[in-house]
Design a protein. Structure first.
Length: 397
C-alpha cells in the first residue's frame, strides 16, 4: 500500500531501519535495492527524489518502477537483511518548501485571477510554474505573491487525506486527479484542496516565504520564476552581494546603483559622440597629408586599423586628389587587410590588383573597377603587400 510508505506516514522521518528485500542491477547496469519500507521519496509529481545513505552507501537516485521503489546506489550493497538508512534532510526539506510553495502560489493565481497552472518545474535553483495566460501584470504578480505570503504567515495546517473515488465528490478540487485508487489529497483549509503525491510540511509557516523573481513568455503561457524557504535567503544573499559590488564600483549607496549606472551610461554616450567627431577630424588631417604627397600612387601601411577606417581614409584622400590611386594596408598579429582605390580620372581595373594580391595572402575580397578591398593571413608584411599591390596596378596609357 502506497499510504503505508514511511515518507507519507512520517514525512519528517530522516533515518530508519528496514529490511532489504531485493538486490538487483537495472538495464543500464545501475545497482539498486528495494526495501521493505522506505522514507526515500521517489521522483514523482514534480518533486525530485531524495538522496542519502543505506548502510553507508550513497543513494544517488530513487525511482518508482511498477509499484516498487528502487534505491539506486553508488556501489552495490555488500550486506543484506536489516539495514539502517538516512535521507539528506536539507535536500528533502527544501523540496517540501518549494513544492508546497507551488501549491500555494498556484492557488493564489486561481483565486485572484482565475489563471490555472499548466505545468510546474522544481529546478536546482529556481522553481517555475506556467500559467495559462499570455501575460500577467506587475500588479497581478504582486497581489498573488502577497496572498501566498499571507497564507504562509498565517501558518495554516496542511492536511493529507487518503480518499476513494466515491469520497472524492465531497471535495472541490483545483484539478482533476490522475489516479483511480489510493487518492491522496493535500488540503490547506479554506484555501486549497489538491490531489498530490508529494511530501509537504505540516503547516504553511514552514515554507518561510515566497518570492517571485521574474516572468517569461512561453508561447500562449506565462512562466513565473520563484523561490521559497531557504532559497529566498540564498537569492537575497547572492543578489545583494552582486549589487553591493556594483554599488562599490560606482561609489554610490546600494539603493542608488541604478541611477548612478544611468548617469554613467549617459556620460559614456556623450564621450562616444565626442570621440567620433574627433576621430573624423583626425581622418581629415590624415587624408590631407596623404593627398599632399602629390604622387599618382599613394601607398601607406598601418597597424590595427579596421577595414571601415581604411575605406573611409581612401575615400577622403581621393576626394582631395584629381588623379591618384590610393593603396592602404593594415596589419594585425595574424591578419592583413587592404583597400586599393582610384579616382575616376584614371582607368586601370582595380580588380586586377586584388586578383593578384589575394592568393599571396590566402585571402578573400571584392569590389569594383575603381575600388577593391580584401583581407587574408599575414603571410607577408604589410609593407610587402602594399608594394605588391602597387606593382600589380595595370600600366595604362
Ligand atoms: Zn504537493
Amino acid at each position: 500500500m502506497l499510504q503505508e510508505r514511511l515518507y507519507y506516514q512520517e514525512p519528517y522521518r530522516t533515518s530508519f531501519t528496514t529490511t532489504v528485500i531485493q538486490h538487483a542491477i537495472d538495464e543500464q547496469g545501475r545497482p539498486f535495492v528495494v526495501l521493505e519500507n522506505t522514507a526515500f521519496y521517489p521522483t514523482g509529481g514534480g518533486q525530485p527524489h531524495d538522496t542519502g545513505h543505506i548502510a553507508d552507501v550513497a543513494v544517488v537516485d530513487v525511482e518508482e518502477v511498477d509499484g516498487e521503489v528502487r534505491h539506486y546506489l553508488e556501489s552495490p550493497l555488500s550486506s543484506g537483511g536489516t539495514v539502517s538508512a538516512e535521507i539528506d534532510w536539507d535536500r528533502r526539506f527544501d523540496h517540501m518548501q518549494q513544492h508546497t510553495g507551488q501549491h500555494i502560489l498556484t492557488a493564489a493565481f486561481v483565486e485572484l485571477f482565475n489563471y490555472p497552472t499548466v505545468s510546474f518545474h522544481l529546478g536546482r535553483e529556481f522553481v517555475t510554474i506556467d500559467l495559462a495566460t499570455e501575460q500577467v501584470s506587475t500588479g497581478d504578480l504582486r497581489a498573488a505573491e502577497k496572498l501566498a505570503n499571507a497564507v504562509i504567515l498565517e501558518n495554516r495546517p496542511i492536511e493529507q487525506r487518503w480518499v476513494t473515488q466515491e469520497e472524492l465528490s465531497a471535495y472541490s478540487l483545483r484539478k482533476q486527479v490522475s489516479v483511480d485508487e489510493e487518492i491522496r489529497l493535500v488540503i490547506i483549509p479554506n484555501f486549497d484542496t489538491n490531489g498530490c503525491g508529494g511530501t509537504h510540511p505540516s503547516s504553511t509557516g514552514q515554507i518561510g516565504s515566497l518570492k517571485i523573481l521574474s516572468t517569461e513568455k512561453q508561447k500562449k503561457n506565462t512562466r513565473i520564476h520563484f523561490v521559497c524557504g531557504k532559497r529566498v535567503l540564498d537569492q537575497l544573499g547572492a543578489v545583494h552581494e552582486e549589487l553591493s559590488d556594483v554599488a562599490q564600483l560606482l561609489s554610490t549607496p546600494l539603493v542608488q546603483a541604478a541611477e548612478a549606472t544611468q548617469k554613467l551610461l549617459d556620460a559614456q554616450h556623450t564621450t562616444e559622440k565626442k570621440l567620433e567627431a574627433a576621430y573624423e577630424q583626425l581622418l581629415d588631417v590624415e587624408a590631407a597629408s596623404l593627398a599632399g604627397r602629390k604622387t599618382t600612387v599613394i601607398r601607406q601601411t598601418y597597424t590595427d586599423r579596421s577595414m571601415q577606417e581604411l575605406q573611409k581614409l581612401a575615400r577622403k584622400t581621393l576626394a582631395l586628389c584629381e588623379r591618384a590611386i590610393v593603396v592602404l594596408v593594415s596589419e594585425t598579429d595574424d591578419k592583413l587587410q587592404f583597400v586599393a582605390s582610384r579616382t575616376n580620372s584614371l582607368s586601370p581595373d582595380m580588380r586586377t590588383v586584388s586578383s593578384i594580391a589575394l592568393p599571396i595572402i590566402e585571402g578573400k575580397g571584392g569590389g569594383s573597377a575603381t575600388t577593391v578591398q580584401g583581407g587574408g593571413s599575414r603571410l607577408i608584411s604589410a609593407q610587402e603587400l602594399a608594394e605588391l599591390l602597387e606593382r600589380s596596378i595595370p600600366v595604362h596609357a
